[in-house]
Structure formats: structure tokens, C-alpha cells
Design a protein around this ligand. Structure first.
Ligand code: NAP
Ligand code: MG
Length: 502
């Protein structure tokens, strides 16, 4: 029997999708609709109306009004904290439903939907964490250079109307990473999710509405990046764009923002290195290395460590261990708890990954396992078997470009210096890891590698810890104090203390 995810649509009560503008659920006025195609089956399983430029304008105007004329930016800290905590509670109450809806969106195996970093529990904690910042947003008092003629202080004020654009691979977590700090800072928001993961985002918007977020403070516009997204990022009423997605679209966002000097933060892609030294348990390091790119969303994660840099003495053993891990991959109905690995998001991504695999072989990589697609029931979905290339040179395309699929490149290194050089030989700088039992070496390597987040014998992301990229992996940080700062402007106030100040 062929796979089908459609029964889950009724079970989850998923209806066709609408935008949420100025406190109302509305049909897009573009007259166009988008059909959701599930990546595990390529079944058509839901529709939503596409928001036109006029709809985006109404959403930005509502957010503008709520910011400029509404009382939201001036809400009492006590009330804002209470509201964000209410959102947090509701997200936690609906964690299971949200994780299933996310699986209905993007095919993330349900066994991974409950993993903290991509779950509604993370989203709930992000709202709770940022609620805690509301009464701690603080300026400074500063001395003057000229004596006691002035008192100088700084005020922290919300940046204004925020356009948030998120991708499809972790919609629940990324919604919270952007919306929680923006609302905590007193900003208003217009969010555009990816057209490939809409239903879980609609559910989160309903939760914000249920929690009592005032009209116009949070708006949702549905539609493709090329139309709805463009209308949003080029809208003159937007003060700040916060974006998570590919480097290419990130560049376009910066360009659009430059036109009116809008504020920008960017969370982009990566080609993260995983440096494995000879003193570790090789079987476990191999399982981690391969699992990171083949379990869950099959390598479709920004921080998936897709380059395994392996010390020469353990290289063959590690490659063999990685092959064994690849063999443990299970595909199937993503709602089945025994399934470990999901499909690629769409046909275009599938073609792109297959193209990279062909290129890997053509450029001289040694294909050790995978490279093909599972057949039978799975042939209709966008699955690719976990793929390992050995003897990869770091200058090859598969070692330099983000593939966003289940493809691991194993690259041998001689010593620590060689490992660090290879790790840094990339335009990206999002994540990195080292596996070693030598603490001094771990710290030296952590300091030498240019990446925004670094794992020592393990890697994680938390709502209170800054996350973001060096180099072309992005601009700004999400999570923790730096995240709130990204939604604030600093105003300097000088107060004359004498009758004849300069
Ligand atoms: P993408 O193609 O860049 O799309 C991201 C978002 O931007 C989607 O909502 C997309 O809409 C929208 N978009 C596309 N073109 C636009 C335009 N001209 N104007 C405004 N919006 C536009 O990325 P993706 O393929 O969805 O996601 C994968 C990428 O995200 C990878 O590079 C990955 O590394 C990165 N990522 C980074 C992080 C991080 O935190 N650093 C986390 C997750 C993912 P549509 O999809 O509806 O067209
Ligand atoms: Mg895209």
C-alpha cells in the first residue's frame, strides 16, 4: 500500500490556510492559491490563498498603526510579561499537536519532531525566556568629558515594525526565535512563513490570538517568497527585516534593506566542520557524524555538520562506522515513530541534491554509500539514501557549497593545525564541532575556528544562547540578550544641568 499522510490532516483538524491581518483571518486578494504537496508522498493535501501586495500593505499598515498609534510599545512591563508567558503556556499545552502539524508541513519524522531544538517546547521556552527580558531592557548613565554641565543617559526603544521571513525546515522553532524577542522589545510584526511549511505557523498565529496579542501587533501573510515575500521586504513601512534562509535570498534581503537603510538580521546557511581527533571512541563519533546529516530532515538543517574532518590514523575506521550508521536509517510514513529520516522538501531540492551527488563523483570523491533513492512505496516521495563521500578534497564543490541533503564529505587531516586550516577554508561560519578527550586541544580549536556556535564532543542550541553566523552565514544573533538588542534602537539623551550649557 502506498504511503499517505492525508488521514493526519483530518486528525489534526487542518483547514485550508488564510492570512491573519489586523486581527482578522482573511483570504488573500490575489485570487491565486497555493497547493501544499507533502514531501513524503507528493500528495496534494491542503491549500491557501496567496496574499497579494495589497494584502501585505494592509498587514504592514496595521502593524504600523499598532506601533505608531496603539499603546503596544508603551504597555506596562507587567502586562507584556504576562502575555508572553501565556503564549508560552499555550505552546507547551499544544506541543504534541504542533509537532504533528510541523510533520504534516515538512515531513520531519515525528521521532525527531519531539527533539527539543525543533519542538514546540523550545518555542514555549523561547517565549518564556524573552518574557524575562521585558523588565530588564535597560540603558546607561554616562559621565561627560566636560565636567558637571550635563547628565547623559541612553534609552532603549523598540525598532518599530518588523518583517520576519522564515524557511520551512524548523517553522515552529524559528517562529519563536523571531517573534518572541520582537514582541518582548515592543515591536509589531508581519511574518511570512515559507510556502512549504505553513500550517504549523498558522496554528502558532492562532495561539498568539488566543493568548490575547492585540489587533495589528502580530500579522501573518501567506505566499511565495518571489511575490508575497518581495512585497514585504520592499515595503517602506518596515523598519527591520529579520530573515532566516539561504545565502542567496539573504543577499537580496540586504539589497532591499539598503534602499531605505532598514535594519537587517540574517541567519543563513552553513558548511559546518566536525573535527574528529584520533583519541575518541571512533564508533560513536562516526554515528554522530553520519546521524547529523541523515537522521531527522536528512541534512536539511542550517547547522548540520556536513564536513567530517577526520585524523588520518582513524580515517578508515570512521568511514566504516559512518556506513554502518547510514544502514540504520529508516524511511517511511513520517508519523511512524520508528522512522528516523525524512524526505527532501520538494522536487527542486531533490534535483539539486542529486546534481551535487553527481558532481561529487565527477570531481573525484569516492562514493562509499548511498547516492541513490529508495524504491517501492517510497519512490513517490522525495527520499535520498544517506550518502557518504570519502577522500574528499576541501576545495571540491561538495565540500564548499551547502547541499541541504543527506550528503557527508569525509576529509582526512594530519594534525591540529591542518584541521583548523581546513575547518576555516569556507565562506561560511555557522556551526562547528570538535571531538577529542584532550581539553586543552578542545579549547584551542574552539578559539581558532571561525564559526558562531561551537560544540565540544556534542552540539546544541538553546533559547537563551546566542545563535548566528560568522562570515557569509549571517549577521546578528538570535537567542539571549543579543536577540533582544537586535529589536532595539539606542537613544542618547543629554540633559543640561546649568543655565548656560554649550
Ligand atoms: P530560502 O529559499 O532562502 O527561503 C527562506 C524564506 O525566504 C522563505 O520563506 C521564502 O519563501 C522566502 N523568500 C524567498 N525569496 C524571497 C524574496 N525575494 N523576498 C522575500 N522572501 C523570500 O531558504 P529555504 O530553502 O526555505 O531554507 C533553507 C535555507 O535556510 C538554507 O540555506 C539553510 O541553511 C537556511 N537556514 C538557516 C538557519 C539559521 O538559523 N541560520 C536556520 C534554518 C535554515 P518561499 O519558501 O515561500 O518561497
Ligand atoms: Mg526557497
Amino acid at each position: 500500500m502506498a504511503l499517505s499522510v492525508l488521514p493526519h490532516k483530518d486528525e489534526l483538524g487542518i483547514k485550508d490556510g488564510q492570512s491573519f491581518v489586523d486581527g482578522e483571518w482573511v483570504e488573500g486578494t490575489s485570487g491565486e492559491s497555493w497547493t501544499h504537496v507533502h514531501p513524503a508522498t507528493n500528495e496534494e493535501c491542503g491549500q491557501f490563498g496567496v496574499a497579494s501586495a495589497a494584502d501585505v500593505d494592509r498587514a504592514v499598515t496595521a502593524a504600523r498603526r499598532a506601533f505608531d498609534e496603539g499603546d503596544w510599545p508603551r504597555w506596562k512591563a507587567k502586562d507584556r510579561i504576562k502575555l508572553l508567558r501565556r503564549v508560552s503556556e499555550l505552546l507547551a499545552d499544544h506541543a504534541d499537536e504542533l509537532s504533528r502539524t510541523q510533520t504534516f508541513d515538512n515531513g520531519l519524522p515525528i521521532s525527531f519532531g519531539s527533539i527539543y531544538q525543533v519542538s514546540a517546547d523550545f518555542a514555549a521556552d523561547a517565549f518564556d525566556h524573552h518574557a524575562g527580558w521585558v523588565d530588564k531592557i535597560a540603558g546607561e548613565t554616562l559621565p561627560t568629558y566636560t565636567g558637571s554641565d550635563f547628565q547623559i543617559l541612553t534609552l532603549k526603544e523598540p525598532v518599530g515594525v518588523v518583517a520576519a521571513v522564515i524557511p520551512w525546515n524548523a517553522p515552529v522553532m524559528l517562529f519563536a526565535q523571531k517573534v518572541a524577542p520582537a514582541l518582548a522589545a515592543g515591536c509589531t510584526v508581519v511574518l511570512k512563513p515559507s510556502e512549504y511549511a505553513t500550517f504549523s505557523v498558522i496554528r502558532m498565529a492562532q495561539i498568539l490570538e488566543e493568548a490575547g496579542v492585540p489587533k495589528g501587533v502580530f500579522n501573518l501573510v501567506l505566499g511565495p517568497g518571489s511575490t508575497t515575500g518581495e512585497a514585504l521586504i520592499t515595503h517602506p513601512g518596515v523598519d527591520k527585516i529579520t530573515f532566516t534562509g539561504s545565502r542567496l535570498v539573504g543577499k537580496r534581503i540586504m539589497e532591499a534593506a539598503a534602499d531605505r537603510i532598514a535594519r537587517v538580521s540574517l541567519e543563513l546557511g552553513g558548511k559546518s566542520p566536525n573535527i574528529i581527533f584520533e583519541d575518541v571512541d571512533v564508533a560513536s563519533a562516526a554515528a554522530t557524524a553520519m546521524g547529523m546529516v541523515s537522521f531527522g530532515l536528512s541534512g536539511q538543517g542550517c547547522v548540520c555538520h556536513t564536513r567530517a574532518l577526520v585524523q588520518e590514523s582513524i580515517y578508515d575506521d570512521l568511514v566504516n562506522g559512518a556506513v554502518a550508521m547510514a544502514a540504520a536509517t529508516t524511511f517511511g510514513d513520517p508519523f511512524d515513530p520508528a522512522v528516523t529520516s525524512g524526505p527532501l522538501i520538494n522536487q527542486r531540492q531533490l534535483d539539486k541534491v542529486v546534481g551535487y551527488i553527481e558532481k561529487g563523483s565527477a570531481e573525484g570523491g569516492r562514493l562509499v554509500c548511498g547516492g541513490d533513492r529508495p524504491g517501492g512505496d517510497l519512490a513517490a516521495g522525495n527520499f535520498v539514501n544517506p550518502t557518504l563521500f570519502a577522500d574528499v578534497d576541501n576545495s571540491m564543490t561538495i565540500a564548499q557549497e551547502e547541499i541541504f541533503g543527506p550528503v557527508l564529505a569525509a576529509i582526512p587531516f594530519r594534525d591540529e593545525e591542518d584541521a583548523v586550516r581546513l575547518a576555516n577554508q569556507t565562506n561560511y561560519g555557522l556551526g562547528a564541532s570538535v571531538h577529542t578527550n584532550d581539553i586543552r586541544r578542545a579549547i584551542r580549536v574552539a578559539k581558532a575556528v571561525r564559526a558562531g556556535s561551537f560544540g565540544v564532543n556534542g552540539y546544541t542550541v538553546m533559547p537563551n544562547a546566542p545563535f548566528g553566523g560568522f562570515k557569509e552565514s549571517g549577521l546578528g544573533r538570535e537567542g539571549g540578550r543579543q536577540s533582544i538588542e537586535g529589536f532595539l534602537e539606542t537613544k542618547t539623551v543629554t540633559i543640561a544641568l546649568t543655565d548656560s550649557p554649550i
